[in-house]
Design a protein around this ligand. Sequence first.
Ligand code: CAP
Ligand code: MG
Length: 468
Amino acid sequence: MTAYSYIDFEYQPDKNNDFIALIWLRGDAPIEKLAEHVAAESSVGTWTDVKTMNKYVWEHYRARVFKIIKSSAYSGFVYIAYPLEHFDKENLLQFCASVMGNWFGMKVLREGKLLDIYFPKKYQKLFKGPINGLKGVRKYLGTKKRPHVGTIIKPKVGLAPKEFARVAYEAYCGGVDLVKDDENLVNQDFCKFEERFYEVYKALDKAEKETGEKKMYLINITDSYSKMLERIDFLREHGYKMVMLDVVVIGYSALLDIIEILRKYGFIVHAHRAGHAGIDRGPFGINFYVFEKLYRLIGVDQLHVGTGVGKMEGEALFVNTSSRILRESKIEEDITLLTLGQDWSDHIKSVFPVASGGLHPGLVECVVKLHTNDVVIQAGGGIHGHPRGTYYGAKALREAIDAVELNIPLPEYAKTHRALREALEKWGYKSPDRIIKKLEFVKENKEICKIIVETYGLEGFEVIENMI
Ligand code: CAP
Ligand code: MG
């Protein structure tokens, strides 16, 4: 095959049949050459031409670089189309090993980020999507419009089952809808899984009766496949149908099977993404958009997407896009936001985005502006660190939600709500003005933003930030 032959700028991808990958590349060769290497290594080629290649393979299965936006001679955004026929249609792992496989390791690359993948409708048919989805979770809790409120019991690990359940009970009574285990709590000696379940279940039951509200406990079953099965059986025997999974560490293989089992019994699935940043942070790796699309296809009901304002890395506008990718049925392609967009098939329900990490009541207005009301707002430290403890911490967070619902600024509402006032005194209040401005700026200045990102690549957003 001749040089640059994977490049075909005439090619028009068929969104019903082709996967499209948007990739940022920077390396030691001209961008066209880098694109060529990635297309070859992720489809039918290798580092040299091979005598075993034939016309049929070349025509039917190769990847095609159909667009390159050059940021410099050696860097840019590359668009690659992969035909559905290339893949084992019943095997997601095979897809991952191609499009998310070898190419990251190529020596010639200094930066390589798989920013997004567009999944064709035909491929979406192979997945069932969320078991209950956003609406199903709302139905369970009986809420119509307001954000859901949750907490992660802290200390992250170490509390004994009774102590753990006591904290959960206080949080439920203070107003949280859900309590979840931390990502690193499963079955340690000081807090065995079964005993913890019994104790928290009693607390949940009591709190439901006392508050008249439905409550959820998302117990972490993450482990080997067989151990997760045992825990699912245990929960079913007790008539309980909710779990939390650390989806990144579980991996796609076990996750696919576990979700099908949970689907059979109608479980609600909360997905924590611990470990994702080891893969998606910085200019090398796989952007979180790709993870969320895969988890939405596989079928989780709630997924952590970041906050945009809390303790974890994540530019507000990208977190806003992440949230939309889970919730909406159609997302527009937009290079400023580094997304190819997505047209979701009707049977793939919305996932409830979870905003968690360094949140406290003073940030609630910002979170709602970024994620809308369809968000689960979780706070660990931001509840248990309240000056008067967990009960008042939960109450303060619910009061902040009430204020947003009533369209009353938090500092105003805090004048007559003591728990909220104490929370704001301890952690402060962040106005959503800057976030509103940002969202408006990129909407109203689409062309300028596009040119900036195309020119500056992954650093483009810092330039835009300075203009707002
Ligand atoms: C939040 C949290 C979550 C992070 C993970 C924690 O606790 O439980 O694991 O939100 O980040 O342990 O940090 P705090 P992400 O409320 O005390 O910060 O959701 O971005 O994956
Ligand atoms: Mg945690």
